[in-house]
Design a binder for this molecule. Structure first.
Ligand SMILES: Nc1nc2c(ncn2[C@@H]2O[C@H](COP(=O)(O)OP(=O)(O)OP(=O)(O)O)[C@@H](O)[C@H]2O)c(=O)[nH]1
Ligand SMILES: [Mg+2]
Length: 469
């Protein structure tokens, strides 16, 4: 049996609980209290409410540019803001000074005024200078895609390691961008323009920013050390896990593809599902039993996204390191997405890098196209032609799930052997191992002990070779 799970209002699922938690979350930057003053003064906490999105369309088709902006809108909404308007500019490359060209920037200023927006979100990573310059024109807070993703990760991280990794990423992002009050204070306190150069003339504001920088660097060094410690612990755990004979199936895929929904549908586990990006940050593991008696372990993972902020790459990868060490990767794709190809290649690229880094051979991959309830017949035909080997399912309606189970079962049984074993009385532990890891087809007690007919993984057959008759 799979983990039984009773969904009654009195017994909310784990996912619902996590959702409640999240709704009551205050958006706090992942810094410790000792740095409170720094976060308040220097880190421009994202209190996004009413936002205008802007992008620079440099290459690709119009539809791709629109899809990128739509993804930015989903990110902004995930971070808790209301998207008022989205616009982009066609340019060969972003303006080095202000990201958008000056005319377009002025236009954004007008949109901000007309809509009453309090923030402009740019679809890219801006340099600190670009952010400041654009802010001067639009006269509201400007943030970039990186800051937005960092903010979402900070809200969603739950494990100690996840939180530490995200804090580190935020500090790394923040360090070259320390300014805000610090900057204006140093201007006020440090005297008139041009006068702060000589010894003893540095204003207290400037001193403060230096102190803050140093403290952040110290805090980062401490965090890095802590993370290294957690990593060691994880590696040890992993070594223990891999000695088991339970097949490890890892569910990977682009953010919002429906990975958690699929794990829930397959195991009855209450994993958090949310129409939000990066709903899942920490890998979650669920045991399940296939119809043939095989026990398997599903691991749900963090979603992938294009243009992952460089500061987060490490955090993101570390959550995957363990998960990619799987017997099978179940790659979930949102069939309703206009560009499934782009999602697939993003996911595969990152997987390749993580596997290389971990020096692991690439596990076999099973492509699963999800959300088929949300697509029409024409689209379905196109997808079937494009991905002939894929399994088509709907985690929502359950359509196609039996087929997916069959494919997984066939995979898990691929090198199973069927055999008769004669287990003497003295080796009772073998019988319990067989019940746990093999499919016992028949049992018969006789004068010498127990005779069993089983189907089992070849590794197990090797272990009990002396008992096979
Ligand atoms: N129509 C439809 N919607 C689905 C299906 N599966 C999942 N969804 C929806 O897609 C959204 C994302 O689902 P999740 O299961 O949270 O996706 P995920 O891949 O785990 O997302 P992250 O953890 O954020 O990367 C939710 O709103 C689900 O209800 C499906 O088969 N059909
Ligand atoms: Mg998820």
């Amino acid at each position: 049996m799979t983990e039984t799970h009773i969904d009654t209002p009195e017994h909310p699922t784990t996912g619902e609980l996590a959702l409640d938690d999240r709704a009551s979350l205050q958006r706090v930057v992942g810094l410790s209290t000792e740095l409170d003053d720094v976060t308040e003064v220097e880190y421009r906490q994202l209190r996004l409410e009413r936002v205008v999105l802007v992008g620079v369309w440099t290459s690709g088709t119009l539809a791709q540019a629109e899809a990128s902006l739509a993804e930015l809108a989903a990110l902004a909404e995930t971070a808790g803001s209301e998207v008022l308007e989205a616009l982009f500019q066609r340019r060969s490359k972003p303006d080095p000074a202000t990201y958008l060209g000056s005319g377009k920037a002025q236009e954004v200023r007008e949109v901000v005024l007309a809509t009453g927006a309090d923030t402009v979100v740019c679809d890219g990573e801006l340099t600190p200078a670009q952010l400041t310059a654009l802010e001067k024109v639009v006269k509201v807070k400007v943030i970039d895609r990186t800051a937005l993703i960092l903010d979402i990760f900070a809200q969603h991280a739950t494990s100690r390691e996840g939180k530490a990794q995200v804090s580190l990423a935020q500090m790394e992002y923040m360090l070259p961008r320390l300014r805000g009050w610090g900057e204006s204070m140093s201007r006020q306190a440090g005297g008139r323009a041009g006068s702060n150069g000589g010894v003893g003339l540095r204003g207290p504001g400037e001193t403060k920013i230096e102190t803050d920088r140093r403290r952040i660097r110290e805090r980062m060094a401490k965090l890095r050390k802590e993370i290294r410690g957690m990593k060691t612990a994880r590696t040890v755990k992993r070594a223990a896990r891999r000695r088991g004979t339970v097949p490890a199936l890892t569910v990977v895929g682009y953010t919002n593809a429906g990975k958690s929904s699929l794990v829930n549908a397959m195991t009855g586990a209450g994993v958090l599902v949310q129409d939000a990006l990066f709903a899942t940050l920490d890998p979650t593991t669920r045991r399940a039993e296939l119809a043939d008696g095989h026990e398997v372990v599903f691991t749900d993972t963090v979603g992938f996204v294009r243009h992952l902020p460089t500061q987060l790459v490490e955090a993101f990868r570390s959550t995957l390191e363990e998960a990619v060490d799987a017997d099978l990767l179940i790659h979930v794709v949102d069939g309703a997405d206009p560009f499934p190809d782009l999602q697939i290649s993003t996911v595969r690229q990152v997987l390749r890098e993580v596997l290389e880094e971990e020096k692991l051979p690439p596990p076999p991959e099973m492509l699963v196209i999800n959300k088929i309830d949300a697509i029409d017949d024409v689209r379905m035909t196109t997808l079937r032609a494009e991905f002939p080997d894929a399994v088509f399912v709907s985690a929502r309606t359950g359509e196609g799930l039996p087929g997916l189970f069959d494919r997984i079962t066939a995979f898990v049984q691929r090198d199973d052997v069927e055999a008769d074993l004669q287990v003497p009385f003295a080796r009772g532990e073998v019988i319990s191992r067989l019940h746990q890891y093999a499919h016992v087809l028949s049992t018969e007690h006789n004068a010498d002990g127990t005779r069993l007919h089983v189907r089992m993984p070849s590794a197990l057959a090797g272990e009990f070779a002396d008992l096979i008759v």
